[in-house]
Design a protein around this ligand. Structure first.
Ligand code: BGC
Length: 399
């Protein structure tokens, strides 16, 4: 038998071991994982460069100047043969096939998982309902690379012209004219300082959502101060404000500005379970980095989001808020689902990687001990500086 004293000594030793050894090991492992993500991103950039070279006309070979040092250059001719060889070997090196090693909803089951909101306020009730799956869906978009990198800006139109051509209403609102949409969603985009990406995102996503025959609105929530970017807090604000703008039954989609969905069958409506909308993304070689990942794009019903008290408002800087969100759902028994990785695949617009917040793991650990009702929608404080109804989105300026 141990005395109470001996027991507490053991507990103290165990705690010391946990704090000094295990937590430190975990931190190092997570750092290693982040480094790996960076390598993967660099790899993906390389692939995009190779794709660009492939698309360019290289009948004369690729001409480039090689620095011999001390400002002397010689002309190098890279034969197409080498490029072809690199391209041929690339798939073997990168294994760019979607990872299917986790549970997901197969394509044929998607229609049964979607939640229908029949009859929106703006189309007449006499109109027939749109089909469960729109006839305009066309599967994977192989032309997506034209939106990426330098070329992205070349395909952009003036927002006013784009809105007029696609019949988008002020504030980035749209619904089909020919039938009553069965799905109604609001897409909330947390935002600061990424105007070029925002332009591309908007002109890519509007036609994508229209092919799905949704009734939707795009809301961009811009953080107007110089404090570290707080994604979770912006999404909470977007949620609260968007509820004032439309029907209380809408489906919420939280979406990063740098992600473009590649397949029309990835329907931007809610499923019975909350849904992490990307099962695979190019920067992770179309693999899911870890099962509990809930970042990037996520769809959720209003009551589920309220049940978990939304996101934590405490994650300043890059990372962690989505992991905490994932844990909040899990704690309430709201396990989330994903669609088939061949359907739920995304491309990330290239950008300089943000510096991850160094204290996110510590915060994550302490949040796991805390009652989520103490930090989230219920404790959200902010100032709405103004709302602008722009041609392609509703713009909330917040602090
Ligand atoms: C971060 C998450 C992020 C994920 C994938 C994690 O280390 O905490 O916020 O979504 O990496 O990039």
């Amino acid at each position: 038998m141990f005395s109470i004293f001996e027991k507490s000594e053991k507990v103290v030793k165990y705690e010391e071991f946990l704090n000094n050894v295990l937590k430190e090991d975990l931190r190092k492992e997570l750092e290693r994982r982040d480094k790996l993500y960076e390598d993967i991103a660099a790899h993906s950039q390389l692939k995009q460069t190779i794709d660009c070279i492939r698309k360019a006309d290289l009948t004369d070979g690729l001409r480039t100047q090689v620095d011999l040092g001390s400002n002397f250059y010689c002309q190098a001719h890279i034969n197409c043969f080498f490029i072809t060889a690199i391209l041929w070997l690339f798939p073997f090196c990168s294994r760019q096939y979607a990872d299917t090693s986790f549970p997901y909803i197969p394509l044929e089951d998607i229609p049964f998982e979607l939640i229908h909101f029949q009859g929106n306020s703006e189309t007449g009730t006499e109109d027939p309902l749109c089909p469960v799956l729109s006839p305009k869906l066309s599967g994977p978009d192989f032309s997506i690379h034209k939106w990426i990198g330098e070329k992205g800006s070349e395909v952009l139109k003036k927002p006013e012209q784009f809105a007029a051509d696609l019949n988008i209403k002020s504030g980035g609102v749209w619904h089909p004219e020919e039938c009553q949409a069965q799905y109604e969603s609001v897409i909330i985009v947390p935002y600061r300082n990424r105007y070029e990406q925002l332009e591309i995102f908007l002109q890519y996503i509007h036609p994508f959502l229209q092919r799905q025959q949704l009734h939707y609105r795009i809301v961009v929530v811009e953080q107007m101060d110089d404090r570290p970017f707080n994604r979770g807090r912006l999404l909470n604000i977007g949620f609260k404000e968007a509820l004032n703008l439309g029907s209380p039954n809408i489906c919420f989609i939280f979406h990063d500005v740098d992600l473009l969905p590649q397949n029309d069958y990835n329907i931007y409506a809610c499923t019975h379970q909350p849904r992490h909308m990307y099962s695979s993304v190019d920067i992770f070689r179309y693999h899911l980095p870890y099962r509990s990942l809930a970042g990037g794009s996520f769809s959720i019903l209003v009551n589920h989001f309220e049940e978990i008290n939304g996101f934590s408002n405490s994650f300043d800087g890059w990372g962690g808020e989505d992991d905490d969100f994932s844990f909040r759902l899990h704690r309430k028994g709201l396990e989330f689902c994903r669609f088939d990785p061949q359907v739920a695949n995304y491309v990330m617009l290239p950008h300089k990687k943000e510096v991850p917040s160094p204290d996110r793991f510590g915060k994550l650990a302490s949040k796991k001990e805390e009652d989520p009702s103490k930090d989230g929608l219920s404790t959200l404080e902010y100032k709405l500086l103004k709302i602008e109804y722009k041609p392609l989105y509703t713009h909330l300026f917040v602090r």
